[in-house]
Design a protein around this ligand. Structure first.
Ligand SMILES: Nc1nc2c(c(=O)[nH]1)N[C@H]1C(S)=C(S)[C@@H](COP(=O)(O)OP(=O)(O)OC[C@H]3O[C@@H](n4cnc5c(=O)[nH]c(N)nc54)[C@H](O)[C@@H]3O)O[C@H]1N2
Ligand SMILES: Nc1nc2c(c(=O)[nH]1)N[C@H]1C(S)=C(S)[C@@H](COP(=O)(O)OP(=O)(O)OC[C@H]3O[C@@H](n4cnc5c(=O)[nH]c(N)nc54)[C@H](O)[C@@H]3O)O[C@H]1N2
Ligand code: SF4
Ligand SMILES: [Mo]
Length: 758
């Protein structure tokens, strides 16, 4: 018989492979997938190309090729572990669809061009659009997968050069609600804790995160924690689907999509009415607010919670009242440490900011924050969504190092740092992602530069947005061609890929890490940094990139200066080259990294004797928000009776450009399918592997049915991943493009569909 312990061990092994099992232990020797022994001439330190976990890697290089990748045993994130995608990274490099020369579309066909021709064309188009239609007629759409230095130069070119804040990126589709949640609650972005809290927590509350597939090495750390003390460690997973993550949970709360706001408020109700709060913490470190920031009292908060008596909300939320009570008690237990982890299930929602606030509330009313193992931890998706976008200021309302466009003092500081007159800093926030692509549809955005992202596949409601990409003058910096975006481009610029260039990533725990260059890019491919610097010069702004070269150290030096005196001060480039990452703030080059923010003795920004201080807020107090339940924009009805939710699977990365090039990953998951609850399938006469039409008000997708696969949605809910590049199975055509009014993050997680056998 398989015991629960064996099962847990198996789970850990299936997602996170110890490198020892995949490559030889002997230093220098590597075993390739074909089994033969090869000797790597050198091992180069880097970071995995994929998820926000940020595993340290060592790339084995022989005769100018990466022949193997192993986990860096000295990186504290993964201590030598990698998941299957990380181990197979060498296979994304030498593929037949790599772009090796610039391509320009002429008479509807792509033809190879020289760099000079391509760069001059871009400079000519962008500068003349600015002249003719004004600075807001051009835009940049970047990514949480660029290096910090790349976004930094892009930001400088668009803001200080063209004079527009039209620079946004895919973290808008990913982290914007988490950012706004942190800012509204603590006045400072990014988590207060780090991954080390996993080893110190006893109760884990995972909501809207499928850790097992999306952050596998963190999942293996969680499984290790559970294995070390199976009776004590408790795992709660709140997700409308049974997932691989839910499989290891002590409690799986399969609530109704979008109704987690009432479930979280009901947990707060139980905590407050049963006297499980930390009154001293509430009195000393918090305040209450509602709406846009109206001050409330504790009494008003208690009155507000009366609408969320578990018995009242349980039917709508789809979770039994006694379970809500039980998990609320477990969460608040004063003898246990509680860590929450969440990801897209909360962020990709039309009330993503509010639901983020509600998780923070639970930690604030119980005082479970600012101590080891007690932390509200928002998981980050991309390898450098934090490092290269949130920190560099790669969104239309942000400036470098957590500064805001709307703040005149911040603009002044940046003008000084960039040595430009203050009036050259644009004060109007630019287009957020969906507004930018809408402006292209409406012919207001004349030129758009897309870098390290694939919006032609990853935006929602694609039938609406793709024609805009076709209409505008579209530049796509890409490693592969064709992609569902590069096919719409006017110019495709061949990009150096992972380990073919050097730079800085920042992972989900504030860890800034350096990736060295291991090999040369193929053909004429160049780093995005080089391309950005060249375009900046050719657009007539050489002063903005003076001293910058292809060597990212030249750019990082200036960026690091922007961080001095902010809440996220960084160390020098040289230090990152030597260390295995450092979690900021790091106040000097001999200072240690910071484990826990806002609290003594860890945070250097908290003065001795201050204890805990939420210094991002004017009064040093974090905000407990009164946020009511509000349903998603599109709920099921008689014509479209099912919820559709979308997300990811272990083997593939987003739009699949990289992972479908890896034979092992492709054969493990060759096409995307739709998960349907067996009860619903029986009612519809759908069997395993039947082709099913998934129809929304916007489009129809055709996929095979899986009834009891690695995930099972609750009845009334269906699920699909968005990794497929085949139009018929591209679920994003079906999705709604509603977004959160505060964060502007799209609601990828909820819309209404009907199903029929195809
Ligand atoms: N293998 C792999 N790993 C990845 C990625 C990848 O493409 N492939 N991408 C990375 C990126 S950029 C990101 S952002 C992360 C995403 O990581 P996750 O957010 O963990 O992954 P998702 O599958 O998008 O969504 C998580 C869960 O949200 C649930 N959900 C649906 N509706 C609701 C709801 O109303 N409320 C709540 N609370 N939950 C709901 C879904 O059922 C799903 O299981 O993964 C990162 N890691
Ligand atoms: N249905 C649905 N849609 C979603 C989501 C969802 O949960 N459901 N999640 C959203 C989220 S959270 C995210 S983060 C987005 C991700 O969506 P995208 O960012 O659009 O997807 P990626 O496949 O990561 O795109 C990265 C692109 O960069 C290219 N590339 C790789 N390395 C380099 C490089 O060094 N330089 C250059 N120039 N290019 C490079 C890759 O080939 C790839 O085409 O998708 C969003 N869309
Ligand atoms: S867990 Fe994430 S960062 Fe680590 S190896 Fe896997 S994909 Fe890469
Ligand atoms: Mo993401």
């Amino acid at each position: 018989m398989i015991t629960r312990r064996d099962f847990l061990k198996g789970m850990a092994a299936s997602v996170a492979l110890m490198t020892a099992g995949c490559t030889s232990r002997e230093r220098g020797k590597v075993k390739t997938d074909s089994g033969e022994q090869q000797t790597a001439e050198k091992w180069v330190k880097g970071v995995c190309r994929y998820c926000g976990t940020g595993c340290g890697v060592l790339a084995g290089v022989t005769r100018g090729k990466i022949v193997a990748v192993k986990g860096d045993p000295e990186c504290p994130v993964n201590k030598g572990r990698l998941c299957i995608k990380g181990i197979l990274l060498p296979k994304i490099i030498d593929t037949k669809d790599r772009v090796k020369k610039p391509l320009i579309k002429k008479d509807g066909k792509f033809v190879e061009a020289s760099w000079d021709e391509a760069l001059n064309l871009i400079a000519e188009k962008f500068t003349s659009a600015v002249k003719e239609y004004g600075p807001d007629s051009v835009g940049f759409y970047g990514s949480g997968q660029t290096f910090a230095e790349e976004t930094y130069v892009a930001s400088k070119l668009f803001r200080a050069g063209f004079g527009t804040n039209n620079i946004d990126g895919n973290p808008r589709t990913c982290m914007a609600s988490a950012v706004a949640g942190f800012l509204t609650t603590y006045g400072e972005d990014e988590p207060s804790g780090t991954y080390a809290d996993i080893e110190a927590a006893d109760t884990f509350f995972l909501i809207g995160s499928n850790l097992a597939e999306a952050h596998p090495v963190l999942f293996s750390r969680l499984v290790d924690r559970k294995n070390a003390d199976p009776n004590k460690i408790k795992i709660i997973v709140a997700d409308p689907r049974r997932t691989r993550t839910a499989d290891i949970a002590d409690y799986h709360l399969a609530f109704t999509p979008g109704r987690d706001l009432s479930m979280l408020n009901a947990m707060a109700y139980v905590i407050v009415t049963e006297g499980l709060t930390d009154e001293k913490f509430i009195n000393e470190h918090t305040e209450f607010k509602m709406g846009q920031g109206d001050t409330m009292t504790y009494e008003q908060y208690k009155a507000f919670l009366q609408d969320y008596v578990p018995e009242k909300v349980s039917d709508a939320a789809g979770v039994p009242p006694e379970i809500i009570r039980e998990i609320a008690r477990l969460f608040a237990d004063k003898n246990r440490n509680t860590m929450s982890m969440w990801c897209m299930g909360l962020n990709q929602r039309s009330r993503g900011v509010w639901v983020n606030n509600l998780v923070h509330n639970l930690h604030l009313i119980t005082g479970k924050i600012c101590r080891p193992g007690n932390t509200p931890f928002s998981l980050t998706g991309q390898p450098s969504a934090c490092g290269s976008v949130r920190e560099v200021g790669g969104l239309s309302h942000l400036l470098p190092c957590h500064r805001m466009v709307a703040n005149a003092e911040h603009r002044k500081q940046m003008a000084e740092l960039w040595r430009i007159p203050e009036e050259r800093m644009p004060s109007k926030p630019g287009y957020h992602t969906l507004a930018m692509f809408k402006a292209a549809v409406e012919d207001k955005l004349k030129c758009l530069w897309v870098m390290t992202t694939n919006p032609g596949q990853s935006l929602p409601n694609l039938n609406y947005y793709r024609p805009g990409m076709e209409k505008t003058f579209l530049v796509v910096s890409e490693a592969y061609h064709p992609t569902r975006t590069s096919e719409l481009a006017d110019v495709v610029l061949p990009a150096a890929l992972w380990m073919e260039k050097e730079g800085i990533y920042g992972n989900g725990e504030r860890r800034t890490q350096h990736l060295a260059k291991a090999i040369d890019p193929p053909g004429e491919a160049k780093s995005d940094l080089w391309t950005l610097i060249e375009v900046t010069k050719r657009c007539g702004f050489p002063e903005l990139v003076e001293g910058f070269t292809d060597d990212p150290a030249t750019v990082f030096k200036e960026y690091q200066k922007c961080s001095v005196g902010t809440g996220m001060q960084l160390a020098s480039y040289d230090r990152y080259k030597k260390e295995h990452g450092l979690t900021w703030p790091v106040l000097s080059d001999d200072a240690p990294e910071t484990y826990i923010r806002y609290a003594e003795p860890w945070d250097p920004l908290v003065k001795p004797g201050e204890g805990i201080k939420f210094y991002g807020r004017p009064n040093g107090r974090a905000v407990i928000w009164l946020r009511p339940q509000q349903d998603p924009v599109e709920m099921p009805d008689k014509d479209y009776p099912y919820f559709l939710t979308t997300g990811r699977m272990l083997e593939h990365w987003h739009t699949g450009t990289m992972t479908f090039n890896v034979p092992e990953l492709k054969s493990a998951a060759p096409e995307m399918y739709v998960e349907i609850n067996p009860e619903d399938a029986a009612a519809l006469g759908i069997k395993e592997d039947d082709l099913v039409n998934i129809t929304s008000r916007r489009a129809t997708c055709k996929m095979r049915a899986k009834l009891n696969g690695r995930g099972t949605p609750k009845p009334g809910v269906v699920y699909a991943s968005f990794h497929d590049q085949v139009q018929e199975r591209m679920i994003n055509f079906v999705l709604l493009d509603a977004f959160d009014p505060g964060s502007k993050q799209p609601e990828y997680k909820v819309c209404a569909v009907r199903l029929s056998k195809a």
